[in-house]
Design a protein around this ligand. Structure first.
Ligand SMILES: Nc1ncnc2c1ncn2[C@@H]1O[C@H](COP(=O)(O)OP(=O)(O)OP(=O)(O)O)[C@@H](O)[C@H]1O
Length: 786
C-alpha cells in the first residue's frame, strides 16, 4: 500500500539516485544544505530527504526517499553529507515545513515483486554487465554485481554505472516493475557493448599500424553521426532503409509471434544510430527471418506405388532397403491421412537411418525419397560437428552470430516440409562447446520439434512436418540416445554383379552425360565394367568405380577420336595396370600366410567389410620375458581377446599337440598390420588363436581361408556381427573358404546367393574345428621351411 508523507526536497542536477545507492553530497551547495538542515530539524532520529532529479531546471515526477546517514567533512575538509536511497516515491504538491527548504507531499510507489521473467532477465543482464565490466577493467565490481540475487536490487545497482545517460537513469527510476527496468538495461547494455567493441577494434587496429585508414573510418563514422544529429535537430526524419524493412515485414506473411518480434527489431533499428554496429546485426537478423519460408509448404504428391517406382528408377537392387523405406513412408502417410500426427506414440522408428559403408548410395537414396514424395531435399553434413551452436545457432550477443544448421537447411529448402538428410550422424562428438547430440534429439523429437528454438533466431520454428533421414557408416558410433530414436536400415555393400549392373544402368549414363558424350559415341562393354569392379577397385560401394569410369571418359575426350568402344583389354591403356591382383595369381592372403604365425581374419570397419591379418611371433628366450606384447592400435576388447586366446592355448595346448612350453618360457608378440587404423571388437578371437597355434606348431595357415568369431576360455566359438559385410569382403579379396560361428548360420540368408556359391562356408562351434580346417598339414610346413 502506498503511504504519503512530507519530505524536504533535495534536487539533483542532471543526476539520479536509485534506491539502495549510497552517495556523498556537497554541503557547501545552498540547496543541499537547506534540505539537510530542514531534515535534521524535523527531529526524526534518521533524518529523511527527497532526492529528485532536476533536468534542465525541471523536476522529475518520481524521486527517491532517502535517509541521511552521516553529516561531516571529507578528508579534504569540505563539508559533506552521505545519503542512502530507500524507496521510489511519486512527487506530489508543494507544502510548508521547517527551515529554508522546499517541502513536498510524496506517496510511496508500490513495490512490484520480481516474477519469473524478471529472474530470467536478471540472469541475462548479469552476463552482459559482467562482459562490460570486464572490458572496462572494473574487475572488483564484477563479483559484487553477480552476488546480487534480487532482480530489483540488481536493476537499481545500475545507478552507479557511468555509461548510462541521465535520461536513461530517469527511465529506470520511473519504471516500477523490475522486469521492465531489466529489459531496458539489457537493451542499453547491448548497445554499449557494441560501441565498446567498435572502439576496441578501432583502437587495436590503429595500434597495429592501420592508422590512416582507420582514422578515416572513425572520422567518417563520426561525420555520419553528426549529420544525423543535425538532421534530427532540423526535424528531418530520414531512414528510407528502415522504412523499407518495416514495409517488408508488414508485407511478409509471418506468423503472429514472428511478426511481433520482427516489428520490435524494426523499431529498434529505427532508434539505433546508423553508426552503431548493431544496425548491421539487426538487419542480418531481419534478413534471416524474412528469408525463412514460414508459410511455404510443398504438396505431398506420393502414393505408395508411385514412390516405389521412383526409388526403383534411381537405384539398382537394394530391394529390401527399398521395402523398408516404403513401409516407413506408408506408416507415415496413413497416420497423416488419419490426422494422427506424424509419428505420434511410436517412440522408435521416428527417424529412418541408413547405415553402411561409403558409396553404397545412402545420400542418393535420401534424395530419391524426397523426389518420390515430391518434397524438397537438403543435406546437413554433421561430420566433425562438436559444437552445440552448430545445430542450434549462436546467441545474438555473440559477435558474428549465425543461425544453426537446421535453420539454414530450412531456409535453403525454401519450404517448411522438406526431406532433411542428417549426414554422418555417427561423426558428431561432444566437447567443451556443448553436446550437439542433445540439440539433435530435440530436433528429432515429435513432442518438441514443433516449437524448435534456434538461439540466434529466438522465435519458434515448427519442424514437425520435416521428414528427417539420417546416414551413418558405423552404427556403434552413433550416440546412444540418438540411436534410440532411429529405425536402422543397413546397406552392406554390393557384389561384383550388382556393381556391374549399377555401373551400366546409372554410373555410366550419368558420367557420359557429365562429359557431354552419348552412348553412341562411347560404349563401355560389360566385361570392362566387370574388370573395373574386380581389379581396379576394392570397395563395398561404387564410389571408386564411378571415379574410374569418369577417368576413362576424360581420356576418351582428350584423345578426341569418336566413336570408341572400351572393352576389358583396353582398360590398361586408359587406367594403367590394375591395382588389385587378379584372381588367377596368388591372392594377397596366400602371400601373407606363407610363414607360420600369420592368420587371415575378417572385420567390419567404417569402410565396410575388410580382411585383416594377425601376425604372431615368439620373443628371444634370452630376454627371459614371459608376457604378451600387442601392437597395431588395439582396443581393450581386442586385447582381452588376445589374452583369452593365449590362456586357452596354455591350458589346452597339450591335447591339441602344440608345444605349449614355448608359451610358458617365452614372451609372445602379436601384431595387427595397418597399425594406423584403430581396431577393436571380440570377433578376432579365432584368428588370434589360429595365428598363435600356427606359430607354436610351425604349421602354416591355409592361404585360401579367412575366419571370424569370438572365443571363450573353454574354446567355444561365439557368434559375432556383420556376417554379410565380412563375407562380401572375403569374396572380394579372393578368399574361397570362410569359417564363421555356427550360431551365425541364420545370417547367411542375407548373403547374396552368388557369393555363397563361390565360397565354402564352414560353421564352427569349437576352436578345435577351426584349427583342423585352417592349419595346413605339418609336412607342408616342413617343405616350406626346407
Ligand atoms: N544401388 C545403386 N543404384 C544406383 N546408383 C547407386 C547405387 N548405389 C550407389 N549409387 C551411386 O553411387 C554414388 C555414391 O553414393 P552416395 O554418395 O549416395 O553414397 P553414400 O553411401 O551416401 O556414401 P557416404 O557415406 O560416403 O556419403 C552416388 O552417385 C549414387 O547415386
Amino acid at each position: 500500500m502506498s503511504e504519503s508523507l512530507i519530505l524536504p526536497v533535495l534536487p539533483l542536477d542532471d543526476a539520479v539516485v536509485l534506491p539502495g545507492m549510497v552517495v556523498p553530497l556537497d554541503l557547501s551547495d545552498s540547496e543541499v544544505r537547506a534540505a539537510i538542515d530542514a531534515a535534521q530539524a524535523s527531529g526524526l532520529n534518521k533524518p529523511q530527504v527527497l532526492l529528485v532529479p532536476r533536468i534542465d531546471g525541471r523536476y522529475g515526477a518520481v524521486g527517491v526517499q532517502a535517509v541521511v546517514e552521516q553529516v561531516g567533512r571529507l578528508p579534504g575538509g569540505e563539508p559533506a553529507a552521505v545519503v542512502r536511497g530507500v524507496t521510489r516515491v511519486r512527487v506530489g504538491t508543494g507544502t510548508t515545513g521547517p527551515g529554508a527548504a522546499l517541502w513536498v507531499e510524496v506517496s510511496t510507489v508500490d513495490v512490484i515483486a520480481a516474477g519469473e521473467r524478471a529472474q530470467e532477465l536478471a540472469k541475462e543482464y548479469k552476463a552482459l554487465a559482467t562482459t562490460i565490466l570486464q572490458k572496462r577493467g572494473a574487475w572488483q565490481v564484477v563479483d559484487q554485481v553477480n552476488q546480487i540475487d534480487d532482480p530489483s536490487v540488481l536493476a537499481d545497482s545500475s545507478g552507479y554505472t557511468p555509461w548510462l545517460t541521465t535520461a536513461q537513469k530517469v527511465e529506470l527510476l520511473e519504471a516500477a516493475d523490475p522486469a521492465d527496468r531489466l529489459a531496458r538495461l539489457i537493451e542499453w547494455s547491448r548497445e554499449h557493448l557494441a560501441e565498446l567493441d567498435v572502439a576496441e577494434t578501432i583502437r587495436k587496429d590503429v595500434q597495429e599500424g592501420m592508422d590512416k585508414q582507420q582514422r578515416e573510418f572513425l572520422l567518417r563514422q563520426q561525420l555520419a553521426a553528426v549529420r544525423k544529429e543535425l538532421k534530427e535537430l532540423n526535424g528531418d526524419t530520414a531512414g528510407t532503409e528502415e522504412e523499407d524493412y518495416r514495409a517488408r515485414v508488414e508485407a511478409a506473411d509471418l506468423p503472429g509471434k514472428v511478426r511481433e518480434a520482427a516489428l520490435k527489431e524494426v523499431d529498434k533499428l529505427e532508434r539505433t544510430s546508423d553508426q552503431s554496429p548493431e544496425t548491421g546485426w539487426i538487419r542480418t537478423w531481419l534478413d534471416t527471418v524474412l528469408d525463412i519460408p514460414w508459410n511455404e509448404r510443398t504438396e505431398d504428391t506420393y502414393d505408395i506405388t508411385g514412390a516405389r517406382e521412383v526409388l526403383d528408377a534411381d537405384h539398382t537392387g537394394l530391394s529390401d532397403v527399398k521395402d523398408r523405406i516404403i513401409e516407413h513412408l506408408a506408416v507415415r502417410k496413413r497416420r497423416q491421412d488419419k490426422g494422427l500426427g506424424v509419428v505420434g506414440g511410436r517412440r522408435s522408428g521416428a527417424v529412418l537411418a541408413l547405415a553402411g559403408p561409403p558409396g553404397v548410395g545412402k545420400t542418393s537414396l535420401g534424395e530419391s525419397v524426397a523426389r518420390s514424395m515430391g518434397r524438397k531435399f537438403v543435406r546437413v553434413a554433421l561430420g566433425g560437428v562438436r559444437d552445440e551452436a552448430e545445430i542450434r545457432g549462436h546467441r545474438r550477443t555473440y559477435v558474428g552470430a549465425l543461425p544453426g544448421r537446421i535453420v539454414r537447411a530450412i531456409r535453403e529448402a525454401g519450404s517448411m516440409n522438406p526431406v532433411v538428410l542428417l549426414d554422418e550422424v555417427d561423426k558428431v562428438g561432444a566437447d567443451y562447446r556443448g553436446d550437439p547430440t542433445a540439440a539433435l534429439l530435440e530436433v528429432l523429437d515429435p513432442a518438441q520439434n514443433h516449437t524448435f528454438r534456434d538461439h540466434y533466431l529466438e522465435v519458434e520454428l515448427d519442424l514437425s512436418d520435416v521428414l528427417f533421414l539420417a546416414t551413418a557408416n558405423v552404427l556403434e558410433a552413433i550416440p546412444g540416445p540418438l540411436l534410440d530414436r532411429m529405425e536402422i536400415v543397413t546397406l552392406d555393400g554390393y557384389t561384383e554383379d550388382e556393381k556391374v549392373a549399377i555401373a551400366r544402368d546409372h554410373l555410366l549414363p550419368r558420367q557420359l552425360d557429365l562429359a557431354g558424350l552419348t552412348a553412341e559415341e562411347v560404349a563401355v562393354k560389360e566385361d570392362a565394367l566387370r574388370r573395373l569392379a574386380a581389379e581396379y577397385t576394392r570397395e563395398a560401394g561404387v564410389r571408386s568405380l564411378e571415379r574410374s569410369i569418369a577417368r576413362i571418359l576424360r581420356k576418351v575426350t582428350a584423345n578426341g577420336e569418336l566413336p570408341v568402344t572400351v572393352g576389358a583389354d583396353e582398360l590398361v591403356g586408359y587406367l594403367g595396370r590394375p591395382r588389385f591382383v587378379p584372381e588367377s595369381s596368388l591372392p594377397e592372403a596366400t602371400q601373407r600366410t606363407s610363414v607360420p604365425g600369420v592368420a587371415t581374419g575378417l572385420a567390419v570397419t567404417g569402410a565396410g567389410g575388410d580382411v585383416l591379418y594377425v601376425e604372431a611371433s615368439l620373443a628371444d628366450p634370452e630376454t627371459g620375458e614371459t608376457g604378451l606384447t600387442l601392437t597395431g592400435q588395439l582396443g581393450e576388447v581386442m586385447k582381452e581377446s588376445a589374452k583369452i586366446a593365449l590362456s586357452y592355448l596354455r591350458s589346452h595346448g597339450a591335447e591339441l599337440e602344440l608345444p605349449v612350453t614355448a608359451l610358458k618360457d617365452r614372451s609372445v608378440h602379436v601384431h595387427f598390420p595397418a597399425g594406423a587404423v584403430p581396431k577393436d571388437g571380440p570377433s578376432a578371437g579365432v584368428t588370434l588363436t589360429t595365428a598363435l597355434a600356427s606359430l607354436l606348431s610351425g604349421r602354416l595357415v591355409r592361404g585360401d581361408v579367412a575366419m571370424t568369431g569370438e572365443i571363450s576360455l573353454t574354446g567355444r566359438v561365439l557368434p559375432i556381427g556383420g556376417v554379410k559385410q565380412k563375407l562380401l569382403a572375403a569374396h572380394r579379396a579372393g578368399i574361397t573358404t570362410v569359417l564363421i560361428p555356427a550360431r551365425n548360420e541364420p545370417d547367411l540368408d542375407d548373403v547374396p546367393q552368388e557369393v555363397r556359391d563361390e565360397l565354402t562356408i564352414h560353421p564352427v562351434s569349437d576352436v578345435r574345428e577351426v584349427l583342423d580346417i585352417a592349419l595346413a598339414p605339418a609336412q607342408v610346413a616342413t617343405t616350406v621351411a626346407a
